[in-house]
Design a protein around this ligand. Structure first.
Ligand SMILES: Cc1ncc(COP(=O)(O)O)c(C=O)c1O
Length: 597
């Protein structure tokens, strides 16, 4: 399918209502919620809604000290560009107490237009399901104009605010799958979920109890593979119907994949999208790390994002690999975004972007579950970004002058975060790179015999312990060990060596806790065959001046482990692990390289 940047050339999104679950198909609009539109008639007296009186909300205002959007230093969009310099950022980075703005969400903003009000009177009241109107309007516009300036179906996508991506995914599964139970429902009805071979397990744990047959697809350094053995085409063409229906849903993390940090190129997206069209699959794109794309890991032009058909208005956003939405001429992409990694996980705030007919069904699911995200969070974020909405509005936003960050400030904030995480990633990868070999200097006996014991016959042997690919995005480095090079490889199976290494890292002086690969294996086969070779390191949470030393502790631990030569020592570590697990003890000072999810 080819299209231009002219929206009149876009096709209508296709009707995907056959994918709706029975309960979602049966949902009617909430009678009470449909009443809300009348609340805003000027001067209307409220006898209809069951609303508590806002005068009795115990919060008069919400106030906070918040960062200026240029607090952190960006990294270049192209590796060859000089680092951007901003004297204010440099100043902020030098100080322990960087400049901050005083944010105020007032009780009553005095603003009349409901789509612009930001105050507690409205935010803490029952509200509209798609989200707090002012924030919904900001996010909708940002999504349509700046994040995805082209979504090639008529009318473009709509959004609905969620309580984070976990909530967004859970609602998506409710909307597009029937629950299935073994022994109760026929196997032909069992739903299937395609996912990457290593996967963010929270998503699998959301799907598995609904009876989903989890169908992992092979990955490479980019992410999901389209063609070849174990690739998407192979899985779908050779589907084993004795295990259930051919999957109609795909869960995929396309940028900085958790855990492998793969970042899917435009070419691969095009191939996978075409297969999803062929097999009528809905793509759930979970993309919490989209703004964390690291040009320094991709010096070649091939891995870079192509020039967009239409600019977002920001060089930074234009430089990012675009979402599946940019190829979605049929409207089969349901994209999950979150504020968890751009503001804070505790916000529990995010949004779903999809074709309007699908968003409408998700709205019906929301009406009877969360209703809307917390008004505290929505108003704080709305005020931060948008600020006061009239000259008499007593609110104050996140910019230095009391206005809001606006879109420019938000994009600048994302650039600064990318800078901070990219620098950490580089530091961690440099240390990993420098220490992946065990270097042994010695003399070979065979040489001694023929070489008259000359000193110059001393040899240096390099054994590779692990390898990794510098992440193109995200918060993780996926490290793959080669246990066949361990001196005890012939006596101890790799699964046991891997488990012992994990324990060893937790001992002094190494004291690092990494996330073992088997935490991310979506089925037993992957767990037993390969996962023990892998570990995920999260550089994001390490204090900036400790990334190097913590990573060195990790590599020192690995090197020391490769010097263990007795099976007894391995057995002792594993016995200690059982003891430690029984007592639940954790050493103080343990560095966490696993993130928390
Ligand atoms: C791929 C992925 N999806 C979702 C989440 C959680 O997102 P949220 O906090 O918005 O529920 C995470 C958190 O680590 C993640 O890595």
């Amino acid at each position: 399918m080819s299209y231009t940047s002219d929206p009149t050339s876009f096709p209508e999104p296709v009707d995907l209502s056959h994918h709706l679950s029975r309960s979602t198909r049966a949902r009617q609009a909430s009678k009470m919620k449909s009443f809300y539109k009348y609340f805003s008639i000027p001067g209307i007296s409220q006898l209809g809604g069951g609303l508590p009186n806002d005068k009795y909300f115990p919060y008069d205002t919400l106030e906070a000290k918040v960062a200026h959007p240029n607090r952190w230093k960006p990294t270049p969009n192209k590796p060859i560009d000089p680092p951007p310099s901003d004297p204010l950022t440099a100043e902020a980075n030098r100080r322990d107490d960087p400049p901050a703005a005083h944010l105020v969400v007032p009780h009553d903003s005095g603003v009349q237009d409901p789509s612009r009000i930001i105050d507690l009177k409205s935010a803490l009241q029952y509200g509209t399901v798609q989200g707090y109107p002012s924030l919904y309007a900001f996010i909708r516009q940002f999504t349509r104009e700046n994040m995805h300036p082209i979504v090639p179906y008529k009318g473009g996508p709509d959004v609905i605010l969620t309580c984070g991506s976990t909530d967004g995914f859970s609602k998506t599964l409710q909307a597009f799958s029937n629950e299935w139970a073994e022994g109760h429902d026929p196997v032909e009805e069992r739903p299937g979920l395609l996912c990457e071979q290593y996967c963010y397990m929270n998503a699998i744990q959301t799907a598995a109890p609904r009876g989903f047959n989890i169908a992992p697809v092979a990955i490479d350094d980019e992410g999901m593979v389209a063609k070849g053995p174990g690739g998407l085409e192979d899985v779908l063409d050779n589907w084993d119907f004795s295990k259930g229906r051919r999957p109609h849903l795909m869960y995929t993390i396309t940028i900085g994949q958790n855990p492998t940090s793969g970042t899917l190129s435009v070419a691969r997206r095009t191939e996978i999208y075409a297969l999803c069209v062929k097999y009528d699959i809905l793509i759930v794109e979970d993309d919490p790390y989209w703004y964390l794309q690291f040009p320094s890991s991709a010096p070649s032009a091939a891995a870079a994002a192509p020039k967009p058909l239409k600019s977002s208005g920001f060089e930074f956003l234009d430089s990012l690999i675009p979402s599946y939405l940019s190829f979605d001429y049929q409207g089969r992409v349901i994209r999950l975004d979150t504020f968890s990694k751009t503001v804070a996980p505790g916000c529990r705030l995010g949004w779903i972007t999809a074709q309007p007919a699908l968003v409408e069904r998700l709205l019906r699911v929301t009406e009877t579950s969360t209703q809307q995200p917390s008004g505290f969070v929505q108003s704080m974020i709305a005020e931060l970004l948008m600020g006061p909405q009239s000259s008499t509005d007593p609110g104050r936003g996140g910019a230095a002058d009391g206005s809001g960050w606006k879109v420019d400030g938000w994009v600048r904030w994302l650039e600064g975060l990318r800078g901070n995480y990219e620098r950490r990633m580089c530091t961690m990868c440099d240390v990993l790179d420098a220490n992946k070999h065990l270097v042994k200097a010695g003399r070979r006996k065979s040489f001694d015999e023929i070489a008259d014991n000359e000193d110059e016959w001393a040899v240096v042997e390099k054994t590779i312990i692990y390898d990794f690919v510098r992440p193109l995005g995200g918060m993780f480095v996926w490290v793959r060990f080669d246990f066949s090079s361990h001196p005890l490889a012939k006596q101890v199976p790799p699964q046991r060596l891997s488990q012992a290494l994990w324990v060893f890292w937790r001992t002094k002086p190494y004291l690092v806790l990494v996330a073992p690969g088997n935490l991310f294996a979506p089925n037993a086969e992957i767990k037993n065959i390969d996962a023990f070779n892998c570990a995920r390191l999260c550089f994001a949470a390490c204090p900036v001046d400790e990334v190097k030393s913590i990573t060195k502790r990790f590599t020192d631990g690995a090197q020391a482990f490769w010097r263990i030569r007795t099976v007894e020592k391995i057995n002792k570590l594993l016995d200690e692990d059982e003891d430690a697990q029984a007592s639940g003890g954790v050493d103080a000072g343990l560095a966490l390289l696993n993130g928390m999810c």
